[in-house]
Design a protein around this ligand. Structure first.
Ligand code: ATP
Length: 239
């Protein structure tokens, strides 16, 4: 493929007590790619992202980012390395305003001018957030909260963005809008690892994809080839 590897998961195992959630996961994301991870409920998709962002610990195996072993790096330092997670269910700070949420995204940064410029960029990208800049985040619609969660992640200036189910609970038109935003963010230089139950959209937007079943990667390849794979069609694309 010729692109440099940005993220590499090697034989990654994660346990929650007695539950073996990830069973030897191998996965790579190249610089500039959009890679999708699809799979049914409970397959371990969120766990994969949580392991990368340092929220859950690997029981064995390794995670490297830009060639550096980050397996044991704590979550707050992962952000500083350039990995931002947009968690499932958005998790915006409901009692804070749109502006305060975005400013919190930049808490690790000290470059006041850069922060201001990125804030302007985020508000230009999301006119709905601009219109609602002083509104308390808990009163935003689901789609607006998703935009805010993505905007907040952008405020960390990530090299790699981890997106967990960005289309969850959104109406079809908004799903389209969110996916076109994901594509734009990628075109502007951010690499993306996307977890989705909406396999159809996930395979459309990605260059490559992985299929996770009960903690194991069972298939991977070019997204357009997986979209034509009979097993994938049957299991994830409604026949
Ligand atoms: P979904 O799409 O439903 O979010 P998922 O593919 O993201 O599913 P995970 O949330 O990663 O799946 O869960 C993988 C497995 O780990 C499941 O069996 C789940 O019950 C278990 N699990 C997840 N979080 C915990 C936890 N905090 N404690 C115990 N078990 C957990």
């Amino acid at each position: 493929m010729g692109v440099a590897t940005l993220l590499n998961l090697e034989d990654l195992n994660v346990h929650y007590g007695a539950i073996w959630a990830l069973k030897g996961v191998n996965l790579t994301v190249g610089e500039g790619e959009i890679v999708s991870l699809i799979g049914a409920n409970g397959a371990g998709k969120s766990t994969t992202l949580r392991a990368i962002s340092g929220v859950v610990k690997a029981s064995s195996g390794g995670i490297s980012f830009q060639g550096e072993d980050i397996t044991k790096v704590p979550a707050h330092d992962i952000v500083k390395k350039g990995i931002a997670q947009v968690p499932e269910g958005r998790r915006v700070f409901a009692n804070l305003s749109v502006l305060e949420n975005l400013e919190l995204g930049a808490y690790i940064r000290r470059d006041t001018r850069g922060i201001k410029r990125d804030l302007d960029d985020v508000l230009d990208r999301f006119p709905r957030l601009k219109e609602r800049i002083g509104q308390v985040a808990g009163t935003l619609s689901g789609g607006e909260q998703q935009m805010l969660a993505i905007g907040r992640a952008l405020m960390t200036r990530p090299k790699l963005m981890l997106l967990d189910e960005p289309s969850m609970g959104l109406a079809p038109l908004l799903v389209k809008e969110i996916f076109s935003i994901i594509r734009e963010i990628n075109e502007e230089g951010t690499t993306i690892l996307l977890v989705e139950q909406n396999a159809r959209m996930a395979l459309q937007v990605a260059s490559r994809a992985y299929v996770l079943e009960t903690g194991r990667i069972v298939l991977d390849g070019l997204a357009k080839e997986l979209a034509m794979n009979e097993d994938v069609k049957k299991a994830y694309l409604g026949g």
